[in-house]
Ligand binder design. Sequence first.
Ligand SMILES: Cc1cc2nc3c(=O)[nH]c(=O)nc-3n(C[C@H](O)[C@H](O)[C@H](O)COP(=O)(O)OP(=O)(O)OC[C@H]3O[C@@H](n4cnc5c(N)ncnc54)[C@H](O)[C@@H]3O)c2cc1C
Length: 390
Amino acid sequence: MRVKVLVIGAGIIGAACARSLARRGVDVTVLDRGPAVGATSAAGEGNLLVSDKAPGAELTLATYSLDLWRSLAGTIAEEIGEAFASIEFDAKGGLVVATSDEESEGLTRFADAQRRAGVQARPLDVDEALALEPGLAPSITSAVYYPQDAQVQPAIAAEALLASARAAGARVMVETRVTGPRRDASGRLTGVATSRGDVVADHVVVAAGPWSGELATLLGGTLDVGPRKGCLLVTSRMPHRIAHKVYDASYVGAVQSGDRDLQVATVIESTASGTVLIGSSRQDVGFDAGLDVAVLRAIAARAVRLMPLLGGASVMRAYCGFRPFSRDHLPVIGPDRDVAGLWYATGHEGAGIGLAPGTAELVTALLLGEPTAITAEPFSSRRPSLVGTA
Ligand SMILES: Cc1cc2nc3c(=O)[nH]c(=O)nc-3n(C[C@H](O)[C@H](O)[C@H](O)COP(=O)(O)OP(=O)(O)OC[C@H]3O[C@@H](n4cnc5c(N)ncnc54)[C@H](O)[C@@H]3O)c2cc1C
């Protein structure tokens, strides 16, 4: 089989890349060793956040992506038909809550810096925060409201992007595992070997989530992206609707941290169906998918401290996934350092749902040799913070 661009991985990143490329008329195929959207993109929350991003390249990509999500939410039904399930885009806004004076000071400093970078971040006193979210513990010390934060149902959103890619002409091959490279005499990647035969391609884009590092190695490239485990609880439907996405101020520290030990920070959000998602943990334990009751208990205990009404909730299920972790907390978007024909769209860690549309536009522009809407340089595989790490 011969194609122009082969995207490896049919998660939200691969789906978004295939959609953008196909809509530009590029001959693109996306393949996955499992079913489509069967891995990380179906195992997380669907937060589209600017609130947890410090000023810098990731915040720029998040803001760009959020604008794209907003317009996508308005057009996706036209692209794939009204009968397709809703992606549940909800521009509900985020509320970040401090629970000590020390946390309040840190949160105020962080929000001040974000405001200088153009983020809408409104400081609230305790009464104002409780008026927005009456279920919060009265013992909180302060909060910041982020009206730009939004949410989607991540698995449906990824399926919708894939459906849109198909509608624009992309092919999707599932149950097809990449097993090795195909190269020409100069060393340029000319495609891949798969469990169903060779696929010849001008360009190969690795969008394989937490497996991207091992896949890059298989194809002769250099990429330090691996798994960072995260677990969530889901309650049964609750009568009390939590109107905003609520999280504690320590979440930002956990997101930015490279610590390999267990970290738990509270993230709470109601879904369209009335269940409540309660996250989340961060742990460097390789691809160990087991549920650890002590971790789930820690997630629940923190959440109840922040929102006591959750103490009466019953947990319907719990699950874990693997965030695609990049050592310097920035995704890798663009060509491999050395291997011609090999590209990356990966390493988004806990923000891949939010960052998917912007990533896809960057990949498309770079592959077509066009100017990018935001600078792609910070996401280069050649950036100094990555060279020497793999
Ligand atoms: C608990 C948790 C909560 C999260 N919450 C959020 C959130 O609120 N907001 C947010 O933006 N992000 C969140 N994330 C992160 C987000 O889910 C990920 O960043 C995103 O899903 C990554 O998508 P992906 O397409 O890169 O990877 P994946 O969805 O994992 O897709 C990669 C695909 O590559 C395929 N693959 C791997 N190896 C091969 C091979 N050899 N051959 C063929 N195919 C292969 C896999 O089968 C898989 O389908 C969360 C993650 C977790 C775990």
